[in-house]
Design a protein around this ligand. Structure first.
Ligand code: NQM
Length: 363
């Protein structure tokens, strides 16, 4: 590997409603502290505008995917997601990202890690942040990824080729506290983890409607204080320890649907309010709505038939299929399968030049 200051091979991609820098693991330093210091300098962090790097000044555009061939016989590639702080010098592997996941299969084909099939290509992805598996299917006719198509996802202008993602049953308990509903900081919540630890709360329990814009909710300091209090307590109950400096659990405020869907959401990730909703965040909301006695039960409208739920969010909706089953009547619920359609796009492929390391700073 040449010195990173001489440039690193990098692809900028939109994955779902997020955007990030994709790297081959072999193009980055192996030592996590050295890698993370480099990624901060690539993304332009810490700086609220990320003016000196690739980051887009929002957690949804300050993301990194690290991809490599997998040694696991049940997977083709390994995917490590890293959340890069915008105005903090932090790089975290504590959460996964189902949106950047949409770009991982196409990136693996672009970099020659997997041989594309004829027509649609299927890539089995081991998500290193959780250890869980995902299978992504997308068009790559004649060996070249075709990003064009007619799939539309809320929060992204235009249309693109569908990336169909399936998640088999994950390894985390769906109810991390072992309870369907509990009082946390005096508010009824359901803590759920279908790939993303998420605290479900009725918006009305916090004195908001759940239909406010993210900007209005972000300006509400009293709400921010309440959410912080709930999150710190819920984090401990969910076995995540002290979550003060981490990005999980997320908090999803629920309200009755306004446009024919199952539920309206406003999701805090965890300080900024999401302009749509994360994929695994939505998977957790959807599974939570299907658990008997959860806080969403009286406000959601579940379709009489089928596994698909429409999760409404600030810029539209996300359709997600989830099958929740009980191991025994009245027993423990498990999410057997989750599936979603996303799109992704290669925006730029080339060499990124990190900001120079600060003199005397050795990570
Ligand atoms: O939940 C944002 C996003 C995400 C994560 C976040 C995600 C997911 O929209 O799977 O995709 O919750 O930090 O990219």
């Amino acid at each position: 590997m040449t010195a990173p200051e001489e440039g690193l091979r990098c692809m900028l991609m939109r994955g779902g409603t997020s955007k990030g820098a994709y790297f081959l693991a072999g193009d980055l330093p192996a030592e996590p502290a050295v890698r993370d210091d480099l990624l901060l300098r690539v993304m332009g962090s810490p700086d609220s505008r990320q003016i000196d790097g690739l980051g887009g000044a929002h957690p949804l555009t300050s993301k990194v995917a690290v991809v490599s061939a997998s040694a696991d016989p049940t997977a083709d590639v390994d995917y490590l997601f890293l959340q890069v702080g915008v105005d903090t010098a932090e790089v975290s592997d504590h959460q996964n990202c189902g949106n950047l996941l949409a770009g991982v299969g196409p990136f693996a084909v672009e970099r020659g890690l997997v041989a594309p099939g004829d027509g649609r290509t299927s890539v089995r992805i081991r998500m290193l942040n959780t250890g869980d598996l995902a299978v992504a299917e997308f068009p790559a006719p004649g060996g070249r990824v075709d990003y064009t198509g007619s799939a539309e996802i809320s929060g992204v202008p235009g249309t693109a080729a569908p990336v169909v993602i399936e998640f088999p049953q994950g390894s985390s308990p769906l109810l991390p506290t072992g309870r369907v509903r509990e009082l946390v900081a005096d508010v009824p919540v359901t803590c759920v983890d279908n790939g993303m630890p998420t605290v479900l709360i009725a918006a009305s329990a916090l004195g908001v409607t759940g239909y406010e814009t993210p900007a209005v909710l972000e300006e509400d300091q009293a709400l921010a204080d309440r959410l912080r209090e709930i999150r710190l307590e819920a984090g401990k109950l969910m076995g995540l320890g002290d979550v003060e400096g981490t990005t999980v659990p997320k908090l999803s405020l629920l309200a009755p649907p306004s446009d024919g869907g199952a539920v309206m959401t406003r999701t805090f990730i965890p300080v900024r309010c999401h302009t749509s909703i994360g994929v695994l965040g939505a998977a957790s909301v959807a599974a939570g709505l299907r658990i008997e006695g959860g806080v969403g039960q009286n406000l959601a409208r579940l379709p009489a038939r089928g596994n698909r739920l429409r999760i409404e969010h600030p810029t539209g909706f996300l359709d997600i299929e989830t099958i929740v089953a009980y191991d025994a009547p009245g027993g423990v619920p498990v999410a057997r399968r989750t599936a979603v359609v996303r799109t992704a796009r290669k925006i730029f492929d080339g060499t990124v030049f990190p900001r120079p390391a600060e003199a005397g700073h050795h990570p």
